[in-house]
Every structure is written in C-alpha cells, then in structure tokens.
Ligand binder design. Structure first.
Ligand SMILES: [Zn+2]
Length: 516
C-alpha cells in the first residue's frame, strides 16, 4: 500500500482549515463577507506559516460563485476547480526570486489591461516579494497605488524589512505567526487519526517541537517518520532515531567545552555528531532547547521550573551545575547566537562549516569581526553553488548621522505610548522571564508615525525581539487593554542613545531605575 504524504493530502482548502493564524483569517473572512476586499495585501512571516496557502484560498474565495458562509471558497464550482487545477488565467503565482526584473513586472502590468473573462478578480500572488529589484519595485508602485477594480495583488515575504517602504505603505499588512507546538501537535493528531496512523502523543510533540513554528516542516518531518515505519506504531524512540536526536549528554559536553573555551574539544564533538549522521540543524535546535532549560533553571530560585524541563533526574543535576556556573547574560548571548545560527542554517549548504564557525565565535567573541568576514566568504561560496538564484538586493542600513545634540520630539506623544513609558517597570515585571533580561536593556522612543519604538544596543536582541514580536504585542496590549503599535530598532552603542533617538523617559520627565 502506498503512502500519500500528509502534507499534500491535507492542504487547507478553506479558511477554517488554516491553523494558528486566527487573527488573519478572521479579518479576511470579515472582509469577504462584507465585500470589502482590498487590492494589495502583504503577507509577512517565516516559512511554513501559511502565507501562500492563505493567498491561494483568498484567490479562490474572491472568484468562487457560491462561497461558504465564512467567505471560504466552495471548492466545487467551475471557478474553484479551474483555479485548483491551475487552469484559470485569473490566478497567477509568481516567484519574485526568479522573476525580479523590470521586464517581468511590465509584463504583469500589461496583462492587467484586460478584465477577467470569467470570475470576478485577477489575483497575482508574488512570492518572496523582497527579491524584486529596485527597478521592478518602482514599476509595480504605480499599479499598486491604483490597481484596476478587478485586480488583487498578494505579496508574500519572509523578509519584509527588505521591501521598499513605498511598497509596504500601499499594502494591507498581515503578520503570520510562527505556529505554536500545541497547534502543530493538535493538527498532526487530527491528521494521523483520520489516516488511522498509530502514533504516541509524546512522539507527536517531539516532531511538533522540531518543526520550529512551521506547519509545513512539521508535517513533512512527520511524513518522513511515518513513511519509515509504515504500518507500525510511531513511538517516541523511533522518532528520536529518525530525526537524529542527540543525547543530552552530548550537549552537556559541548556546553562545557564552550564554557572552557576548548576549541579543539568542541570541534571533536561536531566531528562525532557528523560521523553519526546526525542532522546538523536538528542538532542546533535541540541544543537551543538545552540552553533554554539552563536559562529556566537559572531564572528560578526555588527550583519550581523543574517540571517544565522534561528531563530525567541525572540530567537535571548536570543542568543545575551548568546553570550555576553561567551568568544569565552569557546564557542569553549563547541563545541569541544559536538562534541566529539556526536561522542561517535553513538555507546553508555547508552546514558543518557554519556550525563550527559559530562555535568559534561563541568561544572567541573578541574575534567576531574576523569571523564575520570569514562567514561572508562562506556565504559568497554558497551563493556561487546555488546558481541561478539572484542575490537579494543588499539593503543599506542608514546609520543615524553623528549628532552631538539630543534628539527632540517631532510631534506629540500619543497617550498610550506615554502610558507604556510610565508603566515600563510594571510591564517588565509582567513579562515572561524568557525575554525579561532583554527587555530590561531596551530604551524607549517614538517612531515617525507615533508608534512606540523599542531600541536595543545588541543587534542580536533586536533580532530576537523581532522574532518574538507577537509575545511583546500581547504583553503591551494586555497591559493597556488595547492595541499599541510598536517597532523594534537597534542603536549604535558607540554614541549616547539620546543623540540617536528621542529618549522618551528623559523627555517626558519620568524617573525610575531598571536594574540590569
Ligand atoms: Zn466555488
């Protein structure tokens, strides 16, 4: 009996099937049922969070001749079927990474002159929109500003920061969340039950955790495991075997080598891991969880974290020892560096070299500049290996011009921003200890548009907080009982903060101390 991949078999066909993005689905279904569809959407989020899936459902929904009550496509009418089978001219999915020239965009714009023959809308889904060249983006601008009534653009991107602001400001923006372990595990449970696959709950949770916020990765990992043991019960042990999980003892040895700065010891460990055929990205993910456990232990004084850790007694002893020897700041630095590594490994072909480089970087922070130049060369090499993929336009980050004078406010501070600044110590108190240490280093300012601006000295903190902006949004919104727009930025530690950004605490005359 052959096995059809769950990922293919259970692709969401209606909005109700989309898991973990309720905030987006609700807004879109409201727009559909009230007939207030936008003409330019921007879907942001990491891979596997459902951007293209939702774009495709939306494309069918606007063209469906008998949509369901929530606005979802019926899946049965001629339009729905034609689009699903790729026969319809109304929906075009374009990969901006390989169609990023002005010519490609002009071609699209030329097509727009003709209204759809059947159905109501022509929908253009532009994947990896940040890969568009500057010229192509400019060519698209005017059309995005005033598209014909029968045209909808959906731009999807994993890296909105690389999109020109002019493009972004013309789109309704939706941020797709990383999907929680619970949601992924629940979906997997549904699907395995529907397929009559016998699988242990613990095994599902392990796979869901390894998926790292991506439903697509989760299902394809599960597919790998099921295919390997088809017809048998999928146990936790089997999953560990297939996904190449590493014993916690190895992590303990690695961490101790890093702490002691023993480069050769750490490299030997990497060698062992590679020789055992372990998957490096999974290794790094698991190591991050190991570090997370140490952080939790460090953060709790009375050992009340132990049940959260899910480790056996003997491992707990080793963890506690390590937690004792490490400063919280060092743990945070390790976590930041490894999170960054994990992101970079997604597309890396030389995964081992990358892991080794990052480990050396951890152990020799003073040579960070040298390592980054080495990394740059590794990236160059990889680019050449991956022929045909144009390098993304390098975004030039404008550093604030050196100014000895303090930055003043250009406009009135909105009430909610004031309130946040005033209540900052209280909000810090409510924040989860996962981010508290990072948030404590934040300086508060205001963006051009009046949004709250959280500024961090450490670029790794900027990155980490951006990745976890939902948690931050929840924290702020919960505190005020309403939505507070905010942005996250970095500042140059070489200069006084208030010469780069308006220091709200100072300008609003609010005084309190946040102890480090
Ligand atoms: Zn239909």
């Amino acid at each position: 009996m052959s096995y059809t991949a769950l990922y293919r078999k259970f692709r969401p066909v209606s909005f109700a099937d989309v898991k973990g993005q309720e905030h987006i689905v609700t807004t879109l279904t409201n727009q559909l049922t009230m007939n207030r569809i936008g003409h330019a959407y921007l879907f942001c989020g990491t891979r596997g969070t459902g951007k293209t899936t939702v774009a495709k459902i939306l494309a069918r929904a606007v063209n469906c001749s008998s949509p369901l009550e929530d606005g979802s496509p019926c899946g049965e009418c001629e339009m729905c079927r034609a689009i699903a089978e790729g026969r319809s001219l109304n929906v075009a999915e374009i990969d901006a990474a390989s169609n990023n020239s002005v010519e490609n965009v002009r071609q699209i714009i030329d097509e727009l002159a003709y209204p759809p023959v059947d159905g109501r809308y022509r929908v253009y889904i532009l994947d990896e929109a940040h890969m568009l060249s500057q010229g192509a983006a400019n060519a698209l601008l005017k059309t995005l500003e005033e598209p014909p009534a029968y045209v909808i653009f959906i731009l999807a991107t994993t890296d909105p920061a690389k999109l020109p602001v002019t493009i972004m400001s013309r789109c309704q923006r939706y941020d797709f969340r990383r999907i929680s372990i619970d949601t992924i595990a629940e979906r997997m449970k549904e699907l395995t039950e529907a397929e009559g696959i016998d699988v242990e709950e613990k095994a599902l949770r392990y796979v869901a955790r390894a998926a790292d916020g991506s439903m697509r990765d989760g299902l394809s990992l599960l597919d790998q495991c099921v295919a390997f043991h088809f017809g048998e019960t999928l146990t936790y042990e089997r999953v560990l075997d297939i996904l190449g999980a590493v014993d916690t003892e190895v992590f303990s040895r690695l961490l101790r080598a890093v702490m002691a700065g023993e480069v050769s010891g750490a490299m030997k460990l990497v060698e062992d891991v590679v020789m055992q055929g372990r998957e490096i990205r999974q290794f790094v993910t698991d190591f991050l969880w190991y570090l997370r456990n140490i952080m939790l232990l460090k953060a709790s004084d009375d050992g009340d974290m132990e049940e959260l850790l899910n480790v056996s007694g003997e491992h707990l002893k080793a963890l506690k020892e390590e937690a004792q020897q490490l400063e919280m700041n060092t743990i945070l630095r390790y976590i930041s560096v490894f999170s960054e590594l994990q992101q970079n490994l997604r597309y890396a072909t030389q995964k081992r070299i990358m892991l080794e480089t990052w480990l050396i970087r951890l152990m020799r922070p003073q040579m960070d500049t040298d390592v980054s130049s080495l990394l740059e060369r590794v990236r160059e090499l990889e680019k050449q290996l991956k022929n045909g993929i144009p390098a993304a336009a390098v975004s030039v980050s404008a550093k604030p011009a050196p100014a000895a004078e303090k930055v003043q406010l250009s406009r009135a501070v909105p009430e909610e921003v004031k309130q946040i600044v005033k209540d900052w110590p209280v909000i810090l108190g409510k924040s989860s200890f996962l981010y508290k240490a990072m948030l404590k280093t934040a300086k508060l300012s205001m963006g051009e548009n009046g949004a709250l601006l959280l500024c961090f000295e450490e670029s790794l903190h900027v990155k980490t907080m951006k990745e976890h902006s939902e948690e931050l949004a929840e924290l702020l919104n919960e505190h005020l009982g309403k939505e507070v727009p905010f942005e996250i930025a970095g500042y140059d530690p070489g200069q006084e903060f208030d010469t780069q950004f308006a220091d709200l605490k100072e300008l609003l005359n609010i005084s309190y101390e946040v102890e480090e």
